[in-house]
Design a protein around this ligand. Sequence first.
Ligand code: G3H
Ligand code: 13P
Ligand code: ZN
Length: 340
Amino acid sequence: MPLIPMRTMLDHAAENNYGVGAFNVNNMEQIQAIMTAATETNSPVIVQASRGARSYSDDNYLRHLMLAAAELNPKIPIAMHQDHGNSPETCFSAIDQGFTSVMMDGSLQADGKTPSSYDYNVDVTRQVVEKAHALGVTVEAEIGCLGGIEDGHGAGFSGEEAAEHLTDPEEAERFVNDTNCDALAVAIGTSHGAYKFTKKPTDDVLKMELIKDIHRRLPNTHLVMHGSSSVPKELIDIINEFGGEMPATYGVPVEAIQQGIKHGVRKINVDTDNRLAITGAIRRVFTESPGKFDPRDYMKPARAAMVEVVKARMIAFGQAEQADKVPVRTLDDLKKFYLV
Ligand code: G3H
Ligand code: 13P
Ligand code: ZN
Protein backbone atom coordinates (compact mmCIF):
# COMPACT_ATOMS: atom_id res chain seq x y z
CA MET A 1 0.00 0.00 0.00
CA PRO A 2 1.36 3.50 -0.73
CA LEU A 3 1.89 5.89 2.17
CA ILE A 4 -1.55 7.20 3.08
CA PRO A 5 -2.69 10.64 4.26
CA MET A 6 -2.75 10.91 8.06
CA ARG A 7 -6.24 12.41 7.95
CA THR A 8 -7.73 9.11 6.77
CA MET A 9 -6.16 7.28 9.69
CA LEU A 10 -7.24 9.83 12.28
CA ASP A 11 -10.80 9.93 10.92
CA HIS A 12 -10.97 6.15 11.29
CA ALA A 13 -9.53 6.39 14.81
CA ALA A 14 -12.18 8.98 15.72
CA GLU A 15 -14.99 6.88 14.30
CA ASN A 16 -13.77 3.88 16.26
CA ASN A 17 -12.58 5.58 19.47
CA TYR A 18 -8.90 4.79 19.44
CA GLY A 19 -5.62 6.70 19.27
CA VAL A 20 -2.62 6.29 16.98
CA GLY A 21 0.93 6.50 18.26
CA ALA A 22 3.23 8.71 16.20
CA PHE A 23 6.76 7.43 16.65
CA ASN A 24 9.87 9.42 15.77
CA VAL A 25 12.53 7.93 13.51
CA ASN A 26 16.07 8.84 12.55
CA ASN A 27 17.42 5.65 11.01
CA MET A 28 16.66 2.28 9.47
CA GLU A 29 16.47 0.34 12.73
CA GLN A 30 13.82 2.64 14.20
CA ILE A 31 11.70 2.36 11.07
CA GLN A 32 12.10 -1.41 11.09
CA ALA A 33 11.15 -1.57 14.78
CA ILE A 34 7.94 0.36 14.15
CA MET A 35 7.04 -1.81 11.18
CA THR A 36 7.68 -5.03 13.11
CA ALA A 37 5.52 -3.77 15.97
CA ALA A 38 2.80 -2.75 13.50
CA THR A 39 2.84 -6.11 11.75
CA GLU A 40 2.80 -8.09 14.97
CA THR A 41 -0.14 -6.08 16.33
CA ASN A 42 -1.91 -5.40 12.99
CA SER A 43 -1.73 -1.65 13.62
CA PRO A 44 -1.86 1.37 11.32
CA VAL A 45 1.14 3.62 12.02
CA ILE A 46 2.31 7.20 11.92
CA VAL A 47 6.05 7.45 11.38
CA GLN A 48 7.36 10.94 12.01
CA ALA A 49 10.62 12.76 11.39
CA SER A 50 11.70 15.98 13.02
CA ARG A 51 13.81 18.56 11.22
CA GLY A 52 16.78 17.17 13.12
CA ALA A 53 15.94 13.66 11.93
CA ARG A 54 15.67 14.79 8.35
CA SER A 55 19.05 16.45 8.50
CA TYR A 56 20.64 13.49 10.38
CA SER A 57 19.38 10.84 8.00
CA ASP A 58 19.27 12.97 4.87
CA ASP A 59 15.91 13.29 3.13
CA ASN A 60 16.84 10.90 0.36
CA TYR A 61 17.79 8.05 2.67
CA LEU A 62 14.66 8.64 4.72
CA ARG A 63 12.43 8.69 1.65
CA HIS A 64 13.78 5.41 0.36
CA LEU A 65 13.59 3.78 3.79
CA MET A 66 9.93 4.78 4.05
CA LEU A 67 9.23 3.50 0.56
CA ALA A 68 10.88 0.22 1.57
CA ALA A 69 8.70 0.08 4.69
CA ALA A 70 5.57 0.51 2.56
CA GLU A 71 6.74 -2.01 -0.02
CA LEU A 72 7.63 -4.66 2.56
CA ASN A 73 4.46 -4.16 4.62
CA PRO A 74 1.66 -3.82 2.05
CA LYS A 75 -1.08 -4.51 4.60
CA ILE A 76 -0.06 -1.78 7.04
CA PRO A 77 -1.42 1.74 6.45
CA ILE A 78 1.50 4.12 7.03
CA ALA A 79 1.39 7.90 7.26
CA MET A 80 4.69 9.76 7.00
CA HIS A 81 4.61 12.94 9.04
CA GLN A 82 6.86 15.99 9.45
CA ASP A 83 7.15 16.59 13.19
CA HIS A 84 7.39 20.23 14.36
CA GLY A 85 7.83 21.97 11.01
CA ASN A 86 9.22 25.38 11.97
CA SER A 87 8.19 27.21 8.78
CA PRO A 88 6.02 26.78 5.70
CA GLU A 89 9.23 26.09 3.72
CA THR A 90 10.08 23.11 5.94
CA CYS A 91 6.58 21.72 5.45
CA PHE A 92 6.69 22.26 1.69
CA SER A 93 10.05 20.51 1.39
CA ALA A 94 8.63 17.57 3.39
CA ILE A 95 5.70 17.37 0.97
CA ASP A 96 8.18 17.41 -1.92
CA GLN A 97 9.90 14.44 -0.26
CA GLY A 98 6.65 12.45 -0.17
CA PHE A 99 5.50 13.08 3.39
CA THR A 100 1.73 12.59 3.55
CA SER A 101 1.27 14.81 6.57
CA VAL A 102 3.01 17.86 8.04
CA MET A 103 2.99 19.71 11.31
CA MET A 104 3.23 23.47 10.97
CA ASP A 105 4.24 24.41 14.49
CA GLY A 106 3.49 28.11 14.37
CA SER A 107 3.15 28.30 18.13
CA LEU A 108 6.84 29.17 17.99
CA GLN A 109 8.63 31.46 15.59
CA ALA A 110 10.85 30.01 12.86
CA ASP A 111 13.73 29.65 15.36
CA GLY A 112 11.68 26.90 17.00
CA LYS A 113 12.17 28.56 20.39
CA THR A 114 10.44 31.91 20.70
CA PRO A 115 6.67 31.93 21.29
CA SER A 116 4.89 33.58 18.39
CA SER A 117 1.78 35.73 18.20
CA TYR A 118 -1.68 34.36 17.41
CA ASP A 119 -1.69 36.21 14.08
CA TYR A 120 1.70 34.79 13.06
CA ASN A 121 0.53 31.28 13.91
CA VAL A 122 -2.66 31.69 11.88
CA ASP A 123 -0.74 33.17 8.95
CA VAL A 124 1.88 30.40 8.62
CA THR A 125 -0.63 27.62 9.33
CA ARG A 126 -3.01 28.95 6.69
CA GLN A 127 -0.24 29.07 4.11
CA VAL A 128 0.54 25.41 4.78
CA VAL A 129 -3.10 24.31 4.87
CA GLU A 130 -3.77 25.95 1.52
CA LYS A 131 -0.89 24.23 -0.26
CA ALA A 132 -1.05 20.91 1.59
CA HIS A 133 -4.79 20.37 1.18
CA ALA A 134 -4.54 21.12 -2.53
CA LEU A 135 -2.22 18.09 -2.67
CA GLY A 136 -4.26 15.90 -0.30
CA VAL A 137 -1.68 16.25 2.50
CA THR A 138 -2.83 16.44 6.14
CA VAL A 139 -1.91 19.38 8.40
CA GLU A 140 -1.33 19.36 12.14
CA ALA A 141 -0.99 22.73 13.88
CA GLU A 142 -0.26 23.77 17.46
CA ILE A 143 -1.78 26.35 19.73
CA GLY A 144 -0.23 27.01 23.14
CA CYS A 145 3.40 26.03 23.78
CA LEU A 146 4.67 22.80 25.26
CA GLY A 147 6.45 22.86 28.62
CA GLY A 148 6.32 21.30 32.04
CA ILE A 149 4.45 23.13 34.78
CA GLU A 150 6.66 21.78 37.56
CA ASP A 151 9.52 24.08 38.49
CA GLY A 152 12.80 23.32 36.78
CA HIS A 153 11.37 20.73 34.44
CA GLY A 154 10.22 20.77 30.87
CA ALA A 155 12.14 21.02 27.66
CA GLY A 156 11.28 24.64 27.01
CA PHE A 157 9.23 26.47 29.56
CA SER A 158 8.77 25.48 33.14
CA GLY A 159 6.83 26.67 36.15
CA GLU A 160 4.65 29.75 35.76
CA GLU A 161 5.94 30.45 32.27
CA ALA A 162 4.72 27.04 31.09
CA ALA A 163 1.36 27.53 32.79
CA GLU A 164 0.92 30.80 30.90
CA HIS A 165 1.46 29.02 27.60
CA LEU A 166 -1.08 26.24 28.08
CA THR A 167 -3.72 26.04 25.37
CA ASP A 168 -6.66 28.37 25.88
CA PRO A 169 -9.75 26.37 24.74
CA GLU A 170 -11.50 29.46 23.42
CA GLU A 171 -8.44 30.45 21.40
CA ALA A 172 -8.13 26.85 20.13
CA GLU A 173 -11.67 27.04 18.80
CA ARG A 174 -10.99 30.34 17.04
CA PHE A 175 -7.68 29.04 15.68
CA VAL A 176 -9.20 25.96 14.06
CA ASN A 177 -11.93 28.08 12.49
CA ASP A 178 -9.29 30.51 11.22
CA THR A 179 -6.96 27.86 9.77
CA ASN A 180 -8.95 24.72 8.89
CA CYS A 181 -6.14 22.46 10.15
CA ASP A 182 -6.93 18.74 10.42
CA ALA A 183 -5.28 18.05 13.75
CA LEU A 184 -4.40 20.28 16.67
CA ALA A 185 -1.54 19.82 19.13
CA VAL A 186 -2.46 21.18 22.53
CA ALA A 187 -0.33 22.21 25.49
CA ILE A 188 -1.68 20.65 28.68
CA GLY A 189 1.45 20.44 30.83
CA THR A 190 3.50 17.83 28.96
CA SER A 191 7.00 18.53 27.70
CA HIS A 192 9.46 16.82 25.41
CA GLY A 193 12.19 14.58 26.78
CA ALA A 194 12.69 12.35 29.80
CA TYR A 195 12.26 14.92 32.58
CA LYS A 196 8.59 15.83 32.53
CA PHE A 197 7.52 15.46 36.16
CA THR A 198 9.29 14.89 39.51
CA LYS A 199 6.47 12.69 40.77
CA LYS A 200 3.51 10.90 39.26
CA PRO A 201 1.62 13.80 37.68
CA THR A 202 -1.59 14.98 39.28
CA ASP A 203 -4.36 17.11 37.75
CA ASP A 204 -2.60 20.36 38.70
CA VAL A 205 0.39 19.66 36.42
CA LEU A 206 -1.14 17.41 33.74
CA LYS A 207 -4.31 19.21 32.81
CA MET A 208 -6.45 16.57 31.16
CA GLU A 209 -9.56 18.66 31.78
CA LEU A 210 -8.31 21.08 29.11
CA ILE A 211 -8.56 18.23 26.58
CA LYS A 212 -12.20 17.68 27.52
CA ASP A 213 -13.03 21.35 27.13
CA ILE A 214 -11.23 21.65 23.77
CA HIS A 215 -12.89 18.47 22.48
CA ARG A 216 -16.32 19.77 23.51
CA ARG A 217 -15.69 22.90 21.44
CA LEU A 218 -13.99 21.14 18.52
CA PRO A 219 -15.56 17.68 18.23
CA ASN A 220 -14.38 17.27 14.63
CA THR A 221 -10.73 18.24 15.13
CA HIS A 222 -8.27 15.50 15.93
CA LEU A 223 -6.34 16.40 19.09
CA VAL A 224 -2.66 15.61 19.40
CA MET A 225 -0.70 15.01 22.60
CA HIS A 226 3.00 15.81 22.25
CA GLY A 227 5.55 14.95 24.90
CA SER A 228 3.61 11.79 25.65
CA SER A 229 6.32 9.32 26.53
CA SER A 230 5.51 7.49 29.73
CA VAL A 231 9.18 7.24 30.81
CA PRO A 232 8.75 3.84 32.50
CA LYS A 233 10.94 3.27 35.56
CA GLU A 234 12.01 -0.11 34.14
CA LEU A 235 13.67 1.61 31.17
CA ILE A 236 15.50 4.12 33.38
CA ASP A 237 16.57 1.27 35.68
CA ILE A 238 18.15 -0.66 32.81
CA ILE A 239 20.12 2.40 31.71
CA ASN A 240 21.35 2.99 35.27
CA GLU A 241 22.11 -0.68 35.88
CA PHE A 242 24.51 -0.55 32.97
CA GLY A 243 26.43 2.60 33.81
CA GLY A 244 23.88 5.32 33.08
CA GLU A 245 23.26 8.20 35.46
CA MET A 246 19.65 9.22 35.04
CA PRO A 247 17.81 10.72 38.01
CA ALA A 248 14.34 9.47 38.95
CA THR A 249 11.73 10.97 36.67
CA TYR A 250 8.10 10.56 35.59
CA GLY A 251 6.35 10.76 32.25
CA VAL A 252 2.75 10.79 31.09
CA PRO A 253 0.92 7.75 32.50
CA VAL A 254 -0.60 5.53 29.81
CA GLU A 255 -3.92 5.75 31.71
CA ALA A 256 -3.93 9.55 31.27
CA ILE A 257 -3.42 9.11 27.53
CA GLN A 258 -6.25 6.56 27.44
CA GLN A 259 -8.43 9.14 29.21
CA GLY A 260 -7.46 11.65 26.51
CA ILE A 261 -8.37 9.17 23.78
CA LYS A 262 -11.89 9.07 25.23
CA HIS A 263 -12.01 12.84 24.68
CA GLY A 264 -10.74 13.38 21.16
CA VAL A 265 -6.99 12.64 21.35
CA ARG A 266 -6.18 10.76 18.15
CA LYS A 267 -2.42 11.18 17.74
CA ILE A 268 0.04 10.52 20.53
CA ASN A 269 3.69 11.50 20.03
CA VAL A 270 6.29 9.15 21.49
CA ASP A 271 10.02 9.48 20.99
CA THR A 272 11.76 9.46 24.38
CA ASP A 273 10.51 6.00 25.47
CA ASN A 274 12.10 4.49 22.37
CA ARG A 275 15.32 6.41 22.92
CA LEU A 276 15.46 5.02 26.47
CA ALA A 277 14.80 1.46 25.31
CA ILE A 278 17.49 1.68 22.62
CA THR A 279 20.05 3.21 24.98
CA GLY A 280 19.41 0.63 27.72
CA ALA A 281 19.83 -2.25 25.28
CA ILE A 282 23.08 -0.85 23.87
CA ARG A 283 24.48 -0.13 27.35
CA ARG A 284 23.71 -3.70 28.34
CA VAL A 285 25.75 -5.10 25.44
CA PHE A 286 28.62 -2.70 26.06
CA THR A 287 28.69 -3.62 29.76
CA GLU A 288 28.12 -7.35 29.50
CA SER A 289 30.22 -7.93 26.37
CA PRO A 290 32.87 -5.20 26.26
CA GLY A 291 34.79 -7.14 23.63
CA LYS A 292 32.05 -6.82 21.00
CA PHE A 293 32.52 -4.30 18.24
CA ASP A 294 30.18 -5.37 15.43
CA PRO A 295 27.36 -2.77 15.31
CA ARG A 296 24.88 -5.55 14.67
CA ASP A 297 25.64 -6.98 18.10
CA TYR A 298 24.14 -3.93 19.76
CA MET A 299 21.81 -2.55 17.08
CA LYS A 300 19.84 -5.79 16.97
CA PRO A 301 18.96 -5.81 20.68
CA ALA A 302 18.35 -2.05 20.47
CA ARG A 303 15.86 -2.56 17.67
CA ALA A 304 14.21 -5.44 19.54
CA ALA A 305 13.86 -3.30 22.68
CA MET A 306 12.14 -0.58 20.64
CA VAL A 307 9.74 -3.13 19.13
CA GLU A 308 8.52 -4.03 22.62
CA VAL A 309 7.89 -0.39 23.60
CA VAL A 310 6.07 0.41 20.36
CA LYS A 311 3.94 -2.73 20.58
CA ALA A 312 2.93 -1.93 24.15
CA ARG A 313 1.89 1.60 23.13
CA MET A 314 -0.02 0.37 20.07
CA ILE A 315 -2.02 -2.01 22.23
CA ALA A 316 -2.62 0.62 24.94
CA PHE A 317 -3.75 3.29 22.45
CA GLY A 318 -6.20 0.88 20.78
CA GLN A 319 -4.72 0.97 17.28
CA ALA A 320 -3.86 -2.74 17.43
CA GLU A 321 -6.06 -4.90 15.18
CA GLN A 322 -7.17 -1.85 13.16
CA ALA A 323 -4.72 -1.95 10.23
CA ASP A 324 -6.99 -3.93 7.92
CA LYS A 325 -9.99 -1.75 8.79
CA VAL A 326 -8.55 1.66 7.86
CA PRO A 327 -9.98 2.63 4.47
CA VAL A 328 -7.40 2.88 1.72
CA ARG A 329 -7.42 6.48 0.50
CA THR A 330 -4.84 8.12 -1.73
CA LEU A 331 -3.66 11.71 -1.70
CA ASP A 332 -5.86 12.21 -4.79
CA ASP A 333 -8.93 11.05 -2.85
CA LEU A 334 -8.09 13.54 -0.14
CA LYS A 335 -7.63 16.36 -2.67
CA LYS A 336 -11.27 15.88 -3.63
CA PHE A 337 -12.31 15.59 0.02
CA TYR A 338 -10.81 19.00 0.81
CA LEU A 339 -12.45 20.60 -2.22
CA VAL A 340 -15.97 19.78 -0.99
O1 G3H B 1 9.95 16.97 19.07
C1 G3H B 1 10.67 16.20 19.66
C2 G3H B 1 11.08 14.88 19.13
O2 G3H B 1 11.42 14.07 20.22
C3 G3H B 1 12.17 14.97 18.11
O3 G3H B 1 13.34 15.36 18.70
O4 G3H B 1 14.27 17.27 17.36
O5 G3H B 1 15.76 15.80 18.77
O6 G3H B 1 14.76 14.93 16.65
P1 G3H B 1 14.62 15.89 17.81
P1 13P C 1 8.45 12.62 24.06
O1 13P C 1 9.74 13.35 24.27
O2 13P C 1 7.61 12.62 25.30
O3 13P C 1 8.63 11.26 23.53
O4 13P C 1 7.62 13.45 22.97
C1 13P C 1 7.89 13.34 21.60
C2 13P C 1 7.18 14.37 20.80
O5 13P C 1 6.28 15.06 21.23
C3 13P C 1 7.64 14.53 19.41
O6 13P C 1 6.99 15.58 18.76
ZN1 ZN D 1 6.48 17.27 19.92
